[in-house]
Design a protein around this ligand. Structure first.
Ligand code: TYM
Length: 360
């Protein structure tokens, strides 16, 4: 009995492997097969922190090796859902491009582009928005979080998940590597794709989320919250351009509990679990392996080791970013080429969408 159940679970595992291999090359809904396309985006709102890096960007780099069609967008239209100084925004678009390149995004293997340079994102967002009830947006946690405490929250902040769906669907994106906080937006993208398909024919794929092993890096000051650019205290996060000393100081000051041995307990010891999660994201070790290797090590000592690992991971990125930013012309060229490549895909798609809707 035990043998036969082991045998059937072996068959199940190999069937799953085959299914995964198939899904790696295409995705099929309602007998329509869509070629696989990885799509993701990041807002140019300053230097990314290690939450952005381990939760998304590092995965983007890996996905370039595994997939033929990858597209990454600097989503500047999203960034103006909160007020931006134009000069700072312009600079942030440059530095975000340099940062993604420094992290290993290769514009020759995939497409790296600035969202606002492709005019059809907003056009598709309008079409999708005309098929999206207010109720679908009301309950989104990001809206609740971001609008809380605002006297006059803006329309763009409310509807930006529809724009995000348009970002993905404009290119018929099938896989979306993001951190856990974005999963509700990908769910909405799936729902909007389905609504459109039901009304106009099976045109869009249903995009799927790809999470990393570190989908939610927590704040170093409040380990119950995610690490975020919007937290006022800069000690709550490590930015990719922090100096070795800043990294060391921030890790040393990270909020943990009073026990000193190294054990992994997400619920009971969230601060330490977050730090161990960072080590795992760098070394690909499991939390139990990290704990085993640190039996007898005191927490203070562990923090110094972790800071060293972070410094080794981030310093080459910081240096490469500085090098890239010394040649802005090169960065502008990359953005221009990215726009052309993105438009080649988006142009025919938006034309078909318009025809399905009845505009022509
Ligand atoms: P943004 O710019 O806030 O964040 C970029 C990516 O970083 C991930 N992330 C995290 N991952 C783990 N731990 C954290 N503490 C953490 N903080 C941020 C985010 O999940 C995200 O993957 N709306 C999106 C941008 C966007 C987009 C898209 C993404 C616009 N259009 C289309 C995918 C597809 C955003 O504001 O990400």
């Amino acid at each position: 009995m035990a043998l036969s159940s082991r045998f059937s679970s072996k068959i199940l595992r190999s069937t799953c492997r085959l299914a995964r291999r198939y899904l790696c090359s295409s995705i099929s809904n309602n007998n329509v097969t869509f070629p696989e396309r990885v799509f993701s985006g990041i807002q140019p709102t300053g230097i990314p922190h290690i939450g952005n890096y381990f939760g998304a960007i590092k995965n983007w780099v890996k996905l370039q090796d595994a997939h033929e069609n990858v597209m990454y967008s600097i989503v500047d239209l999203h960034s103006i859902t909160v007020p931006q100084d134009p000069a700072v925004l312009r600079e942030n678009i440059m530095s975000m491009t340099a940062c993604l390149l420094a992290c290993g995004i290769d514009p020759d293997r995939g497409i790296l582009f600035q969202q606002s340079q492709v005019p059809w994102h907003t056009e598709l967002a309008w079409i999708l928005g005309c098929n999206c009830s207010l109720g679908r947006l009301d309950h989104l946690p990001t809206w609740k979080e971001k609008s809380a405490g605002m006297k006059d929250a803006m329309l763009g902040l409310y509807t930006y998940p529809v724009l995000q769906a348009a970002d993905i669907l404009l290119y018929k994106g099938t896989k979306v590597p993001v951190g856990e906080d974005q999963t509700c937006h990908i769910e909405l993208s799936r729902a909007l794709a389905k609504l459109f398909n039901n009304r106009f024919g099976h045109y869009f794929p249903q995009p799927e989320v790809l999470l990393t092993e570190a989908p939610r890096i927590k704040s170093l000051r409040h380990p119950d919250k995610k690490m975020s650019k919007s937290e006022a205290n800069i000690k709550s996060r490590i930015d990719l351009t922090d100096s070795p000393d800043e990294i060391l100081q921030k890790v040393k000051k990270a909020v943990v509990d009073s026990q000193s041995e190294i054990t992994y307990d997400e619920e009971g010891r969230p601060g330490l679990a977050n730090l161990i999660g960072l080590e795992c994201a760098i070394t690909q070790k499991s939390p139990s392996q990290v704990c085993e290797e640190n039996i007898g090590v005191m927490l203070g000592q562990y923090k110094v080791t972790l800071a060293d690992l972070l410094i080794a991971e981030l310093t080459p990125i910081k240096l490469e970013m500085e090098r890239l930013l010394s040649d802005r012309h090169h960065i502008s060229n990359i953005i221009e080429k990215g726009r052309d490549k993105a438009m080649e895909i988006a142009g025919p798609n938006i034309a078909e969408v318009k025809s399905l809707v009845g505009f022509k």
